[in-house]
Design a protein around this ligand. Structure first.
Ligand code: GLU
Length: 316
């Protein structure tokens, strides 16, 4: 498997040149655009197949939205969340919010775009620090890594320059969609985006969801059903406004972040983590998309591809 991963990295490395490291959060611009790493987490706890810069740390950014969504669901139940946030895919960029200002719109499209994620984070019980602590602890549990922390520089940089996120939060506040301490909610959101991981952590988070969200107790829904729900949510909304094409071309429920990470949920308790910080025009990792596309095609991982590998993936 490592041989295959190395080969796929090499074949897709050139795609770095089509992308650009995010610079709207100044601290993200410091990332080395040449880095590429990938990890596939096999079914059994200790099985990790990695290649490239799999030790390189980067921030979760939007991938944290999956985790804050789970924490909010544990605190409130799903029905309550979807009273406030939609479950619609979107054709708009992750940070768009013009539609939110329309008089007939009372919900962000889904919890995976910024407005929906800020609202979901605000539904987590506790003050700003307690909310962040819950998100951090769940991240550590999902990745089975107690050492995960956050990048203070990225957090402060986003907090300082986050006018766009701030405007959408205050717009939601003015419409009565987001109540309470708006700055406190934004603070949690900026900090959760700055949680620092590597591709092994991401792959294990994918595996955690695939294998049934062990330990996630949500009123009215079994863990297995929650895992099905999260996969559906990411399939339709996980890759910004590229989600529909990605669903067809890759067919793996995934979430990306502007830090350059992609977390994919494979069938049968397996996961993928990819990192390469140069982003395409949709905000997805350029080379990361190439890598996951090729992996999906060569290993028949697209959920609509029924030419499943006869051999067990772990024995590849
Ligand atoms: N912290 C980023 C923002 O809110 C996250 C965006 C992303 O990764 O899509 O702008």
């Amino acid at each position: 498997m490592e041989i295959l991963l190395n080969e796929i990295i090499d074949r897709n490395r050139h795609l770095i040149e089509n992308g650009k490291v995010a610079n709207y959060i100044p601290a993200l611009a410091k990332a080395d655009y040449r880095k590429i790493g990938v990890t596939v987490a096999g079914r059994t706890g200790s099985l990790l197949y990695s290649a490239g810069d799999y030790n390189e740390k980067f921030t979760l950014q939007s991938i944290s939205k999956v985790i804050s969504f789970l924490v909010a669901a544990m605190d409130n139940g799903l029905d309550h969340i979807f009273e406030k946030v939609g479950l619609d895919s979107t054709d708009e960029p992750f940070n768009a919010f013009t539609k939110l200002d329309l008089p007939n719109i009372h919900k962000p499209a889904n919890p995976m775009i910024n407005s929906g994620a800020i609202l979901t984070t605000g539904m987590i019980k506790g003050d700003s620090q307690e909310r962040f602590q819950k998100i951090l602890e769940l991240t550590r549990r999902m990745a089975n890594n107690p050492y995960i922390g956050y990048d203070e520089e990225v957090y402060l940089s986003e907090k300082e320059t986050g006018s766009r996120n701030r405007s959408m939060a205050y717009l939601m506040n003015s419409k009565g969609i987001l109540d309470g301490d708006v700055e406190g909610v934004l603070d949690t959101y900026f900090k959760q985006c700055s949680i620092q991981v590597d591709t092994m952590d991401l792959a294990k988070i994918g595996r955690f969801i695939s294998s049934g969200c062990e330990g996630i107790d949500i009123k009215g829904i079994s863990r297995k059903d929650m895992s099905v729900m999260v996969k559906g949510l990411l399939f339709t909304c996980g890759m910004y406004n590229y989600s529909a094409r990605y669903a067809i071309e890759v067919g793996i429920p995934s979430k990306s972040g502007v830090g350059g990470g992609i977390m994919g949920i494979l069938p049968d308790g397996m996961g993928i983590g990819i990192f390469s910080p140069a982003l395409d025009e949709n905000g997805n990792s350029s080379a990361g998309i190439g890598i996951i596309k090729e992996l999906s095609r060569r290993l028949h991982l697209n959920i609509f591809d029924d030419r499943k590998l006869q051999a067990d993936l772990e024995a590849y």
